[in-house]
Design a binder for this molecule. Structure first.
Ligand code: SAM
Length: 276
């Protein structure tokens, strides 16, 4: 398809359309429909079940913000787990951090990893980093099988449908709490503060029950519904708002910075209302 419009129905009353240049890949995997297309405005784009996952133009916002706030809040994030995130963008950011010694990626669909390696080298580059280990398995099972293991756990999942449903439950967050070390930090992508209010409220309530500290991080991802996106953070000990500015690693990032670390935690009143 060239010169055609790709349209994602983001919710029953909202669609986003992007002018396409070329379809590079399409397949039905064991878990989902997987496609890579070239678009005029956002460059190369990864789709799962017709839903935009990541694009070359805006991927840095999501991948930096899902990882850097937690990595710079923990004083020693040596061992990090990513659940989902088979495109490799989150792992690429984690591998940049000088204090990280080992980063494990548990992705349920091996085809996402293989396709990202072939068509999205800018994003998947971190998958070949010597600090990184890729496991093809269900993230829920991996978390159940590992106790007191990870300093930081990041859930970089698809929307709460199909194999990702269990990644948004209070039961899963309790397992995450056990899989973390005694001062560990958890972060997950938790959708739009405009269109997923009940989901975010429920997650924040669960995190407040399970963790000593719960926060919401905001960032702008133009290809996601509504643009403004949330990441939920649960921490056993360290508060991201109390981090010493000078301790934040200054890395090669395009959205995250020392200032953005703190500003992303400032919530407008309509978002504050979602907090318990
Ligand atoms: N940044 C993206 C977004 O919010 O649209 C998510 C990117 S990443 C491609 C999401 C990945 O989560 C998918 O590749 C999917 O296969 C994986 N996934 C879904 N459920 C999973 C599970 N239970 N265990 C491990 N990976 C899972």
């Amino acid at each position: 398809m060239k010169g055609l419009w790709f349209t994602e129905r983001q919710n029953p009353g909202l669609e986003i359309s992007c002018l396409t240049k070329k379809t590079l890949h399409w397949e039905k995997t064991d878990y989902q429909e997987l496609a890579v297309i070239d678009t005029e405005t956002f460059g190369r784009m990864l789709l799962l079940d017709g839903v935009i996952q990541t694009t070359i133009e805006d991927e840095f916002v999501y991948h930096e913000m899902i990882s850097m706030v937690a990595l710079n809040t923990h004083p020693n994030p040596e061992k990090v787990l990513v659940i989902g995130g088979g495109d490799g963008g989150t792992i690429r950011e984690i591998a940049k951090h000088p204090k990280v010694k080992e980063a494990v990626l548990v992705e349920i669909d091996g085809q996402v990893v293989e396709t990202a390696k072939k068509y999205l080298p800018e994003i998947s580059v971190g998958l070949d980093n010597p600090k990184v280990r890729v496991i093809i398995d269900d993230g829920i099972k991996h978390v159940q099988d590992n106790e007191n293991t990870y300093d930081v756990i990041i859930v970089d999942s698809t929307d709460p449908v199909g194999p990702a449903v269990g990644l948004f439950s209070g039961e899963f967050y309790r397992q995450i709490h056990k899989a973390l070390t005694p001062d560990g930090i958890f972060v997950a992508q938790t959708e739009s503060p405009f269109f997923n209010k009940d989901l975010i409220k429920g997650i924040q309530k669960d995190l407040a029950d399970i963790f000593a500290i719960n926060k919401l991080i905001l960032a702008n991802v133009p290809t996601y519904p509504g643009g403004l996106w949330t990441f939920s953070l649960g921490s056993k000990k360290y508060d991201p708002e109390k981090v010493e500015r000078e301790s934040i690693a200054e890395l090669d990032t395009k959205y995250y910075s020392r200032d953005v670390h703190f500003s992303a935690l400032v919530l407008p009143p309509f978002v504050k209302e979602l907090m318990p």
